[in-house]
Write a protein that binds this ligand. Structure first.
Ligand SMILES: O=C1O[C@H](COP(=O)(O)O)[C@@H](O)[C@H](O)[C@H]1O
Length: 274
């Protein structure tokens, strides 16, 4: 029986002068987590998302990481997927395959993409089943707080409305406590049908990295980071509901996205524990 855990809410902000600086630091951060997980558990389980994230992890495909990362120990998942064919321009799988997976030697059998040939309900069920099998084998670690899968790293990107994965403001999916994976048919952003991890799974990860780049995300970033304690209705801003139970949350921001938060003045790349 899992014991409830108190969230330590360990959060860190990393703010970069350029996207190139951000991408360099992000690649090093992922490579270090991969090395630590492989050393400790023999595997590295990572869940990807869509958006600009994939191009920002591109430096992992280059030297030194293309040689130093133990790619054969990687297991790749998706935090969310859109219900479109795998060769569709909106597919998060296609984005990751073309921009990242085809450039590194991850084993094909370790890539857990979401079925695009069945209904979203069936795809969510199949995906949950696959994850459950890997939890039983301890390829995916398990949270001692709630028996949820505990991914080594979940990568997210905040939308300008504060959504993360396919968890949108005020949506009932934000209330799910017992489901690992769910589906929606009414996404406010196209396409309407999507499959997504729930908050309990995301918050059970050992590490959550969330990216926000560009000025159009600055208001949402400010609301989550500076004002999160004052938000009366957290569901208006799903990114404010990221609250790792045992893990660590790191925000990767460029200057435009960090424009409205207090970074203590001065320029240069910054790392702030909050
Ligand atoms: O719809 C989605 O959006 C987010 C990123 O938001 P964007 O506004 O920067 O496009 C993405 O992370 C998520 O995987 C995706 O399905």
């Amino acid at each position: 029986m899992a014991a409830p855990c108190d969230s330590k809410n360990r959060r860190e902000l990393r703010i970069f002068e350029s996207l190139d600086d951000l991408a360099t630091d992000l690649a090093e951060y992922i490579a270090q987590l991969s090395e630590a997980s492989v050393k400790e558990r023999g595997f590295f389980t990572i869940a990807l998302t869509g958006g600009s994230l994939i191009s920002l992890i591109g430096k992992l495909c280059e030297a030194p990481y293309n040689r130093t990362v133990d790619w054969t120990k990687w297991y790749v998942f998706w935090v969310d997927e859109r219900a479109v064919a795998k060769n569709h321009v909106d597919s998060n799988y296609k984005l990751a395959k073309d921009g990242f997976l085809c450039k590194v030697p991850i084993l094909h059998s370790h890539i857990y993409s979401i079925n695009d040939n069945v209904t979203v309900k069936e795809a969510a069920g199949e995906y949950k089943f696959a994850i459950r099998q890997l939890v039983k084998l301890r390829t995916i670690d398990v949270s001692e707080c709630n028996d949820c899968p505990k991914f080594d790293l979940i990568l997210l990107e905040a939308g300008s409305d504060g959504h993360v994965a396919s968890l949108f403001p005020h949506h009932t999916t934000l209330e799910l406590k017992d489901e690992w994976v769910t589906f929606i048919t009414d996404s406010p952003e196209p396409p309407p049908e999507r499959i997504t991890f729930t908050l309990p799974v995301i918050n059970s990860a050992s590490n959550i990295a969330i990216l926000a780049t560009g000025g159009e995300k600055a208001m949402a970033v400010r609301a989550v980071i500076d004002l999160s304690a004052d938000i009366l209705d957290a569901s208006s801003l799903p990114a404010s509901m990221l609250n790792p139970l045992e893990g660590k949350l790191v925000w990767f921001l460029d200057r435009p996205a960090a424009a409205f938060i207090d970074t203590g003045g001065g320029g240069g790349d910054k790392q702030i524990v909050i």
